[in-house]
Ligand binder design. Structure first.
Ligand code: 15L
Length: 272
């Protein structure tokens, strides 16, 4: 498959790009940053929040060999002001969706986040058929971007998979991470499955590894062919060596962990 990856120079992007290349995909990178050393495919240094820039990239990519899918990873990975968040998550997604429709590109895999439901109290394993419950403006941005994907699936018949990623790290670093970890290898497996699943329509999955202590249901991912192999439990002894802190306890109350705490509270009208 020929795939355009946004945020290709970012932490998830670099891992996903090289993993997709290893799996036989032709990967085109797009990022605000310049092409990282060792990147093998075509590269576009451009802002996916700028519709004209996105249109120019699509024109060049589609004209130069076609394009089967977009993997949209570009965004600010943490909390920010509401306008900045909407630009980073929703406006970029809209620009890409418009270009997809204009150029007949039928699939997008979107890096959503667990923070779309982060304000959900921890209890039983959480499915994807629950109320969106963001914990921050960051989470609001992810919910809104998911809604935009849903709209374009219904209007234009494209396929869109939103993967609510947990904690993408080489290894879990906290007690919460023993539940929320997404390993590098599983991230590649996940994106590849979302690209290849036959006719997903609009789908939401949780992007975590097969963690023994998982809080989120892996079945929606398995239904699309995402079969994670790693388990954070192998790091449990190491993580639990340090005594549990009050912070661990507060953060364990809601699935969004630290993002639910007061240090993330700020007025929506605060300008960047
Ligand atoms: C995310 O979506 C964020 O991008 C990252 O900064 C972490 O907060 C991660 O979720 C997590 O929940 O651990």
């Amino acid at each position: 498959m020929r795939v355009l990856v946004t945020g290709a120079a970012g932490s998830i992007g670099t891992v996903v790009c090289s993993g997709l290349v290893d799996r036989g995909h032709d990967v085109v990178g797009m990022d605000l940053k310049v092409e990282p050393e060792g990147f093998t495919g075509a590269w576009f240094t451009a802002d996916c929040g700028d519709p004209d820039a996105v249109e120019a990239v699509f024109g060049a990519v589609v004209g130069g060999g076609g394009l089967d899918a977009v993997v949209h990873l570009a965004s600010i990975p943490t909390e920010d002001s509401l306008p900045t968040i909407l630009e980073s998550h929703v406006i970029t997604t809209g620009a890409l969706l418009d270009a997809m429709v204009a150029h007949g590109v039928n699939r997008i895999v979107y890096a959503s986040s667990n923070h779309a439901v982060g304000r959900t109290p921890r209890s039983d394993r959480l499915g994807t058929d629950v109320r969106p419950r963001p914990d921050t403006f960051y989470g609001v941005g992810k919910v809104a971007a998911e809604a935009l994907l849903s709209l374009y699936v219904d209007r234009y018949g494209i396929d869109a998979v939103a993967a609510r990623i947990g904690s993408f790290l080489p290894q879990p670093e906290s007690r919460r991470g023993l539940s929320t970890w997404l390993s590098h290898d599983d991230a590649v497996r996940m994106v590849d499955a979302c690209l290849s699943a036959p006719d997903p329509g609009f789908a939401v999955i949780y992007g975590i590894s097969a963690n023994t202590r998982a809080w989120w249901d892996l079945e929606p991912g398995r239904a699309l062919g995402y079969h994670p192999r790693d388990d954070a439990e192998q790091f449990a002894a190491q993580v639990e060596q340090a005594p549990a802190t009050e912070e661990d306890e507060v953060e364990a109350g809601y699935v969004g962990g630290p993002f639910v705490t007061e240090r993330y509270f700020r007025p929506a009208s605060l300008r960047p």
